[in-house]
Design a protein around this ligand. Structure first.
Ligand code: ATP
Length: 253
């Protein structure tokens, strides 16, 4: 049976903007299921990134509870949250932020060494993952200014999964890429998900959302729509697109 990996109870996140309180997330109860590829959508400013940051321990909620498995993380200190993130979460953002003075391989290893020992097995794993995303031995020695945007994002994904995170969080991972690179990156997400990785991804892009198995639609600080799809590739592409489009139209997207 599908089990919950991340759950919120009455989650609230507010910001003080120019003296007024802006309530972005309001009493939100959601349940993220292990093994799902959950996509968070909603109009601009609906709080998608805010929710992702709260769920992943990058930011603290204003009120409410966040359960990661049986562990509640909402009252963690910044140090505890940092430790929690290192042990449980991987992150892919629109901008990759590779270290300029390190090679591709060292960028991946630097992320890994935060929680793992530098062993020949770790180096082999990093190389194997880099090869899986289409990079070769020559690419491993390159610096970030020698990579295309798509290549850099693929390195970013390897860096995010090298520590086997329980959840991979992504915020508009194809936002800065052209359509060919976007497709390559989305194919990698599909492959990672097929291998059992739980993913939570924010996007405003239909093609990206089509890769998910569940789409949560945010409005007025809450989830107003919850749409399910089969894993990508297991159904007719046109029907899948038509189904998701109809759902999003109903949501007023
Ligand atoms: N650190 C912050 N301080 C103050 N206000 C913030 C902060 N972060 C987000 N907000 C506000 O919260 C609201 C939701 O922002 P958020 O970035 O979560 O929306 P979004 O749905 O991801 O938007 P977009 O699709 O445009 O990226 C916005 O009005 C934003 O100005």
């Amino acid at each position: 049976m599908a089990s919950s990996i991340l759950r919120t109870e009455k989650l609230c996140k507010s910001f003080s903007n120019g003296g007024t309180q802006q309530h972005v997330i309001k009493n939100l109860d959601i349940d993220i299921i292990e093994g799902d590829f959950t996509v968070i959508m909603g109009s601009s400013g609906s709080g998608k990134s805010t929710l992702l940051y709260a769920l992943s321990g990058m930011d603290k909620p204003t009120l409410g509870k966040i359960f990661f498995g049986d562990t509640q993380i909402q009252d963690y200190t910044n140090d505890q949250l940092a430790q929690f993130r290192r042990g449980n979460c991987g992150f892919v953002f629109q901008s990759v932020y590779l270290l300029d003075d390190q090679t591709v391989l060292d960028n991946v290893l630097t992320g890994a060494l935060i929680v793992q020992k530098n062993t020949p097995e770790l180096v082999s794993k990093a190389k194997e993952l880099l090869k899986k995303v289409g990079l070769n031995e020559e690419d491993f020695k390159k610096y970030s200014n020698q990579l295309s945007g798509g290549e850099a994002q693929r390195v970013g994904i390897v860096r995010a999964v090298i520590n086997d995170p329980k959840i991979l969080f992504a915020d508009e991972p194809t936002g800065a890429l052209n359509s060919a690179s976007s497709r390559d990156v989305l194919d990698i997400f599909t492959e990672i998900h097929k291998n059992g990785q739980s993913i939570v991804m924010v996007t405003h892009d239909l093609k990206t959302a089509l890769r998910g198995t569940r789409v949560l639609y945010l409005r007025d600080g809450g989830v107003v729509g919850d749409y399910r799809m089969k894993p990508y590739g297991e159904d007719d592409k046109q029907e899948r697109r038509a189904g998701l489009t109809a759902f999003l139209e109903e949501m007023g997207w």
